[in-house]
Design a protein around this ligand. Structure first.
Ligand code: COA
Length: 254
């Protein structure tokens, strides 16, 4: 079971992360299922819009930390990478519906969505620094462009949660909508997009993505560092502390 629910209705392809008991922490299987679905959607004339959403109380708690801790040499991030590249390469507009928490890659991936709506109580966090890790998937390039260098430094170097108002002020989200109306709002936006002329819509998206080479280059630079960082004592300590529900030994954060 992939823990990803996929439905296609009136041109709107919905991907729902569904591993609620683990706060939708993303496993390799989940990444691969989303990658395959997005890649197939690029070839499917029935698909006009992609909607990304989640079951349970949390959008996603980010990468499954036990997958991080049990890395096998040479193939640590293959499925994550397959998903993120499929998202970057998606020719349809992608609309994200965020509630609860969006942790780590759950926030990073929003930088590659076209429209993002969240509820007022949502929390975003890019905790990589606290796990001994570095930014990923061009967030160190896209966030300064979006939010300014100062705010990007704060989010990436302090790694503390921030809320919906700040996310909207600095351009991470398109809109903040009451929790009870969030799904309807996103459905309306997706319906509007699905009704637009498809040639113009997909080319508008492509024209907005006019720095793909720079994004690609930064993804590669970050990925080499990320894989190296996963093997450091600090990262191994952070993963082990989370998995064993104990405080981090700060002596190992050197
Ligand atoms: N990887 C693996 N398991 C995770 C997880 C993750 N990223 N996030 C949550 N879980 C698991 C917990 O271990 C717990 O499992 P258990 O019921 O078997 O003990 C279950 O999901 C529920 O999580 P819990 O921590 O009890 O929920 P919470 O509401 O108290 O806290 C979070 C939610 C998201 C704040 C907290 O789970 C968290 O900090 N997760 C790690 C986030 C993270 O660092 N992600 C990696 C980013 S690169």
């Amino acid at each position: 079971m992939s823990n990803i629910n996929v439905t296609l209705q009136e041109g709107i392809l919905t991907l729902e992360m569904n591993r609620a008991d683990k706060k939708n922490a993303l496993t390799r299987q989940m990444y691969q299922a989303m990658a395959d679905t997005l890649n197939e959607a690029n070839q499917d004339p029935q698909v006009r819009v992609v909607r990304l959403t989640a079951a349970g109380s949390c959008f996603t708690a980010g990468n499954d930390i036990s997958d991080f801790a049990n890395r096998d040499e040479g193939n640590q991030v293959a499925e994550v990478s397959a998903f993120m590249r499929a998202l970057v390469e998606c020719r349809h507009p992608v609309v994200a519906q965020v509630h609860g928490m969006a942790v780590g890659i759950g926030t990073t991936l929003l930088l590659h969505c076209d429209l993002v709506y969240c509820e007022p109580e949502v929390k975003f966090v890019l905790p990589f620094i606290n796990l001994g890790l570095v930014p990923e998937y061009a967030s160190s390039y896209l966030l300064p462009k979006l939010a300014g260098r100062r705010k990007a430094s704060e989010w990436l170097m302090l790694g503390e949660p921030f809320g919906a108002d700040e996310a909207q002020q600095f351009g991470l989200v398109s809109g903040v909508v009451e929790a009870s109306q969030l799904a309807d709002k996103v459905a309306q936006v997706c319906q509007s997009l699905a009704a637009k002329p498809q040639f113009a819509l997909s080319h508008t998206k492509a024209l907005l993505d006019n720095d793909k080479d720079a994004v690609e280059q930064q993804i590669n630079v970050e990925m080499d560092l990320f894989i190296e960082a996963m093997g450091t004592e600090a990262a191994q300590e952070a993963f082990d502390a989370f998995l064993n529900k104990r405080p981090v030994n700060r002596d190992k954060f050197r």
